[in-house]
Structures are given as structure tokens and as C-alpha cells.
Design a protein around this ligand. Structure first.
Ligand SMILES: CC(C)(COP(=O)(O)OP(=O)(O)OC[C@H]1O[C@@H](n2cnc3c(N)ncnc32)[C@H](O[C@H]2O[C@H](COP(=O)(O)OP(=O)(O)OP(=O)(O)O)[C@@H](O)[C@H]2O)[C@@H]1O)[C@@H](O)C(=O)NCCC(=O)NCCS
Ligand SMILES: Nc1ncnc2[nH]cnc12
Length: 285
């Protein structure tokens, strides 16, 4: 029997919020990730730990829930964009309160927040294409209430004339749709472990993302090292292949030496795992 929209919204919003949080936790625990926090340690970060990343992920569940509730079956318009912007900024404050002022998940709140809203706008279902296209429409709308901050990300996109987190969403998440999700499927079909498939999906994102975290920390040298190193892993047959595993270890060493950390790629991996979860719901528990 079909539930009334209000009841669907409440149950659906709760499910979506838990799925988004779990995707953040799965990303954080996945190991070994070059330069990033993982189950082994802090990567290139002095102010982050796995425990902090997990605390941050849990602090965001109410934000994801509110985003889903407010977006349920709503059309794309400026009023919804402003609501989403306000809830996203409140989420950033929740994250900062939970982490004692450390930025753990700003980019993830943006990407996952838009995707959670988009699924809710579609009534709790939809293909990955429909969800990312809807999220892109939201991201393209102006949010007049947004404070005019010249962030690290904006500074990097201007200095190096590359797209950043904003453009990734406005273009319907090409690094998820064209690279990460297909790679995840392909590596799973090859029959390796789920960990290897997820690391391969991260590598696929890292082959081409202009990650403003990497650019801010280590400039074009860092970005080129990341692109080339991730390509080497995939060319060698992926993380599940001994040569791919070796290439991953090389990339990890190089990223650490450059103090480079692909935080943007990590956020997009979490968003990939979220979209993947929508098609395999038993993973969300
Ligand atoms: C649109 C916003 C995302 C703001 O973007 P902007 O580029 O202006 O601002 P930043 O503050 O720099 O945040 C962007 C974060 O996005 C991630 N990212 C980077 N490159 C890309 C990319 N090409 N595609 C997608 N995503 C990308 C990345 O997030 C991760 O890194 C964070 C850590 O970064 P940082 O603080 O620089 O940390 P460190 O290097 O460790 O610093 P130091 O130790 O050196 O000091 C971490 O949070 C990861 O998540 C970028 O940081 C958006 O925030 C916005 O406009 N929000 C307004 C609210 C809104 O409208 N929300 C709607 C949806 S809820
Ligand atoms: N695992 C991770 N390590 C460092 N920064 C991140 N931002 C998002 N996920 C991250």
C-alpha cells in the first residue's frame, strides 16, 4: 500500500540521513587512502583523526534529515535553494561544534546535502542520473543569503583557473557519474574485494579532479602527482592487483612528502557510496 506523502517523508528522510552519515563513515574508515585520514592514521593532517571524522559524520545526521524533510516532493526554485543553503550553513556550525572548530566535512556537507535534497525532491527514489541532474539544478540557483567569503577553494579556483566544488555540483557531478560509479561497478565485476573496488573508485576521481584542498596545500605539483599516481594505480590493474597495490603505496608516500591531501576527492567518494547505497538499500543499516 502506498503511504501518505507526509509519512513517507518522515521515514524516508530518516533513512536518507542515516545513509548519508554511513557513507561518510565508510569513506573515513576505508584504507589505505593516500594523504587522507583512514583506519591507519591521520594521513597528511595534523588536526584530524578518524575518531574526529566519525564524530563529525554523526553530528551531520540531523542536518541531512532536515534537508530531506524540507525538500520532500518540492520543485526546484529559489525558495528551496535558500532553505538548503541555510540548513547547509547550520550543518557546518554543527560540524564545527562537534570537532572543536576543525573543518572535517565542509565539502561533503555541500555534495551530500545537495544529493539528499535531490532524492527527497524526487520523492525518495530516482536513478543516479536523475538525482545528480536535480542536485545540479539546485546548485545552479543563486543563494542571496550566502555570506561573501573568499574561501580557500575560491582562491585556488581563481589562481589556477580550474573548477572547484561549486562547479562539480553545477555540472551534475561528472567525477561521480563518469568516473567513480562506473569504476566501482567495473572493479566489483572483476571479483576483488569491496575495499579494493572502493579504493579504485577513489583513484578514478583522483585521476582528474581539480581538488582545491590539494591545490591549496601543495599547488600544481601536488595536483599533477595525484593525477599521475592515481592513473598508475588503475593502469596497473587497480588496487586488487599486486602492481596496483604497489602503485598505491608509491602514491601515498609521494602525497605525504608533499603534504597533499585530496579532501575533495574523499567527499566525492562518500557521495558515490551514498548513490550506490540507494540502489542497494540493505547496505544502509
Ligand atoms: C560551495 C561550497 C562547497 C564552498 O566551496 P568553496 O570552494 O568556496 O570553499 P571551501 O571552503 O574551500 O570548501 C570547498 C570544499 O569542497 C571540497 N572540494 C575541494 N575541491 C573539490 C572539487 N573539485 N570538487 C568537489 N569538492 C571539492 C573540499 O572539502 C574537503 O576538504 C575540506 C578540508 O579543507 P580545508 O579546510 O582546506 O582543510 P585542510 O587542507 O586540512 O586545511 P589546513 O589543515 O591546511 O588548514 C574538508 O571539509 C573536506 O570536506 C573543499 O574544502 C559550500 O561549502 C557552500 O557554498 N556552502 C554554503 C551552504 C550551501 O549552500 N549548502 C547547500 C547544500 S547543503
Ligand atoms: N578521510 C578524509 N581525510 C581528510 N580529509 C577528508 N575530508 C573528507 N574525508 C576526509
Amino acid at each position: 500500500m502506498k503511504l501518505l506523502p507526509r509519512i513517507e517523508a518522515e521515514g524516508g528522510a530518516d533513512w536518507l540521513a542515516r545513509a548519508a552519515t554511513q557513507s561518510l563513515i565508510d569513506e573515513a574508515r576505508l584504507s589505505p587512502k593516500p594523504g587522507l585520514v583512514d583506519s591507519r592514521g591521520n594521513g597528511a593532517h595534523h588536526d584530524l583523526t578518524l575518531e574526529l571524522m566519525e564524530r563529525s559524520a554523526h553530528s551531520l545526521t540531523p542536518t541531512f534529515q532536515a534537508l530531506a524533510q524540507q525538500s520532500w516532493l518540492r520543485p526546484v526554485d529559489v525558495a528551496l535553494r535558500q532553505t538548503i543553503g541555510r540548513l547547509g550553513r547550520e550543518g557546518e556550525q554543527q560540524m564545527m561544534a562537534a570537532t572543536g572548530g576543525v573543518n572535517t566535512h565542509r565539502g561533503a556537507i555541500w555534495a551530500l546535502g545537495l544529493l539528499v535534497s535531490a532524492v527527497a525532491m524526487l520523492g525518495g527514489s530516482g536513478s543516479a542520473e536523475a538525482i545528480t541532474a536535480t542536485a545540479a539544478k539546485l546548485a545552479q540557483l543563486p543563494d542571496e543569503a550566502a555570506p561573501k567569503v573568499f574561501s580557500k577553494g575560491l582562491r585556488a579556483t581563481h589562481r589556477y583557473r580550474v573548477p572547484g566544488a561549486r562547479e562539480e555540483a553545477q555540472q551534475a557531478f561528472p567525477h561521480i557519474m563518469r568516473l567513480a560509479l562506473p569504476q566501482l561497478q567495473q572493479s566489483r565485476q572483476r571479483g576483488g574485494s569491496e575495499t579494493a573496488a572502493r579504493l579504485d573508485a577513489l583513484m578514478a576521481i583522483m585521476t582528474s579532479l581539480s581538488d582545491t584542498c590539494v591545490l591549496s596545500r601543495s599547488g600544481l605539483d601536488g595536483l599533477e602527482t595525484m593525477h599521475e599516481g592515481a592513473r598508475n594505480v588503475l593502469r596497473a590493474g587497480g588496487v586488487g592487483h599486486p602492481h596496483g597495490w604497489q602503485a598505491l603505496a608509491d602514491l601515498d608516500r609521494k602525497m605525504l612528502a608533499l603534504n597533499a591531501s585530496p579532501g575533495g576527492a574523499a567527499d566525492l567518494l562518500a557521495a558515490t557510496l551514498f548513490l550506490d547505497r540507494l540502489t542497494t538499500p540493505n547496505l544502509a543499516n
